[in-house]
Design a protein around this ligand. Structure first.
Ligand code: PMV
Length: 321
């Protein structure tokens, strides 16, 4: 049996805009997904036949690794809320790819896993997916994804994808965040699902009908660069302020909900900054704070579910084989 783990992620800046080549910054969180695989008579997931509709990522990975004729049983244990902007499908894809590769004696290099898992995500998201979630889950730490890193992060690899809008290329880089006074992140789940493919398609439709809305994506791109400068110098107040402004742009794109607004308003007095994280329309908000217990309490008292995580967590790994 092979057991692999991959963490979820929180996007600090740049969700949605990154699909169009703008930069995004994400960090791995302290919760994730474990995948266990073992030989079996047929392909199963949680003892049920592998169904392409229910598990498009896993089905794609099995085919991609040419394993159709080598059936295995897949079991999944997740600490992440599904469909909540915590990158659960990316973590599942990365952990599954690592486990499948390990079982075949192939490369379990995090970069290879990130590249393959990104293609699996794109397949499941109707062809549109940035490498943000999969790269952050695989590499861990703080990851920057951009059309052109231009010195904003240490380059790690390049990702390419054939999307409905044409071929997209991204640089993926890492930022070392080693400061003594790092604030915590608190994620607040609104309780409503967030459907990435649907929200990405909604934004695509919105900007094709209304060029003004495209400016919100461009502004998110600029804010992300400002946020990255603040992040790299450990200017946490500036990081928080940039998060707040990013949230206004995401809200203007119709990605917030009344419940997300309630949670964000509740945590603002105790936070450096707060915003939606991930695709929105439900799912999670995040706060950057030196008072994580208080922020978590405010989220829970407002009807959400809170997760406290340090800002800098390790990436995916094989746990046993
Ligand atoms: O799937 P989520 O909710 O973690 O969001 C991913 C971030 C998006 O920018 C909305 C989509 C993408 O592929 O980058």
């Amino acid at each position: 049996m092979v057991r692999a783990y991959a963490p979820g992620k929180a996007i600090l800046f740049g969700e949605h805009a990154v699909v169009y080549g703008h930069p995004a910054v994400a960090v791995a969180i302290s919760r994730g997904v474990e995948v266990y695989i073992s030989e079996s008579k047929s392909w199963t997931v949680e003892n049920r036949p592998l169904c392409p509709n229910r598990h498009p990522h896993l089905n794609w990975l099995v085919k991609r690794n040419q394993l159709t004729d080598r059936p295995m049983s897949i079991k999944i244990s997740s600490e992440l809320f599904p469909a909540a902007g915590q990158g659960s499908s990316a973590a599942l894809s990365v952990a599954a790819q690592l486990a499948l590769a390990e079982s075949m004696g192939l490369s379990t290099n995090p970069v290879d896993a990130a590249i393959t898992a990104h293609q699996a995500e794109a397949h499941a998201q109707l062809g549109r997916a940035s490498p943000t979630d999969t790269a952050t889950s695989s590499l861990g730490g703080c990851v920057v994804v951009s059309k052109n890193l231009s010195g904003t992060a240490d380059p790690i690899f390049q990702a390419t994808l054939d999307t409905p809008e044409g071929v997209m290329d991204w640089d993926v880089g890492a930022v070392d965040l080693t400061f003594d006074d790092m604030p915590h992140i608190v994620l607040g789940h609104s309780g409503d699902p967030s459907q990435t493919a649907k929200m990405v398609s909604m934004v695509a439709e919105l900007i094709s009908e209304n060029q003004e809305k495209k400016k919100d994506l461009d502004s998110i791109g600029e804010l992300t660069l400002m946020g990255l400068v603040a992040l790299r110098s450990g200017a946490w107040e500036a990081v928080g302020m940039t998060m707040d402004v990013c949230h206004e742009k995401l809200r203007s794109l119709g990605l917030s909900t009344p419940m997300l607004e309630t949670l964000i308003e509740a945590v603002r007095p105790h936070s450096l900054g707060a915003k939606i994280t991930g695709s929105g329309g439900g799912g999670c908000m995040m706060a950057l704070t030196y008072n994580p217990e208080r922020v978590a309490q405010m989220i829970e008292m407002s009807g959400g579910r809170a997760i406290i995580t340090p800002m800098y967590c390790d990436g995916a790994r094989i746990l046993s084989s």
